[in-house]
Design a binder for this molecule. Structure first.
Ligand code: SAM
Length: 245
């Protein structure tokens, strides 16, 4: 059963062409056939998520937006602490993944969690600025990722927290202190992931450091299921919105 379910996911990741006339249609087209099996495979592919959600202090009575939150699996990391938040918006463009999230919300009895089918680059929360915005492996799937970060900056209260975990590659000449990846890593992974409209970038990390006060930053690498010998770099960033600018 596990392997058959993996085969289905691998077909969607490696063989099935992604169709759609715009970004939202392409996201839904990509995820519709794999929504129900999404969580199991991504547990092995998307590393660092528990660490990210565990490293952001929960603002009591606050509001948290999970941008590109998919099936809502990451909300499980909060445990009972989820109830301390006044509101959690689980925002995504894929209707099918949000349907899985809705089932999870109902079965867990999470009355403070709301799904929103919207674009992370333009969504404005109805009740004004929020305390936390997170992106877990969604920035690399958002073509205008810089607009998504700028939108998060606008949405966050002064002192609000941004958390990101995602794939990336380093620049050829990274700024002081950042890891440098070899040519193969910088070339192979972007080409590989582009097949699924995932775009690991050398620019996310510098952009995040430029716009937020960094509180936590880690550069790691993880195994990719069924791809032997090589590891895919990912980073974890937690930053605070500065009071000015
Ligand atoms: C790799 S999945 C990650 C899902 C989830 N955050 C996780 O950690 O499992 C990327 C998600 O980003 C969503 N996404 C892509 N572009 C988006 C956009 N512009 N606005 C909102 N969600 C978007 C996709 O539909 C998908 O659910």
């Amino acid at each position: 059963m596990g392997f058959l379910s993996d085969l289905k996911i691998l077909y969607h990741l490696a063989l099935r062409p992604v169709r759609g006339h715009d970004h939202a249609a392409r996201m839904e087209n990509f995820y519709a056939g794999q929504a129900e099996s999404y969580d199991d495979f991504r547990k092995r592919l998307l590393k660092g998520r528990q660490e990210l959600y565990g490293s952001i202090p929960i603002p009591d009575g606050g509001t948290w937006i999970d941008m590109g939150g998919g099936t809502g699996a990451n909300l499980e990391f909060f445990g009972d602490s989820l109830a301390r938040l006044n509101k959690v918006y689980l925002l995504d463009l894929s209707h099918s993944l949000l349907e899985v999230a809705k089932k999870r919300i109902d079965s867990r009895g999470w009355t403070n969690v709301e799904t929103i089918e919207a674009d992370a680059t333009t969504f404005r929360p109805p009740a004004g600025q929020v305390d936390v915005v997170t992106f877990s492996y969604s920035l690399t799937m958002i073509p205008d990722w810089f607009a998504a970060i700028e939108n998060a900056l606008a949405i966050l209260k002064p002192g609000g927290i941004l958390g990101v975990v995602d794939f990336y590659v380093s620049r050829k000449f990274p700024a002081g202190g950042l890891k440098r990846h070899r040519w193969f890593t910088r070339t192979f992974w972007p080409a590989w992931f582009a097949m699924d409209n995932v775009f690991p970038s050398p620019d996310h990390v510098p952009f995040l450091h430029r716009h937020f006060e960094p509180l936590k930053f880690e550069e790691n690498a993880a195994k990719v299921p069924y791809v032997p010998l090589v590891r895919m770099p990912y980073y974890l960033f937690v930053g605070r919105k500065r009071s000015q600018g």
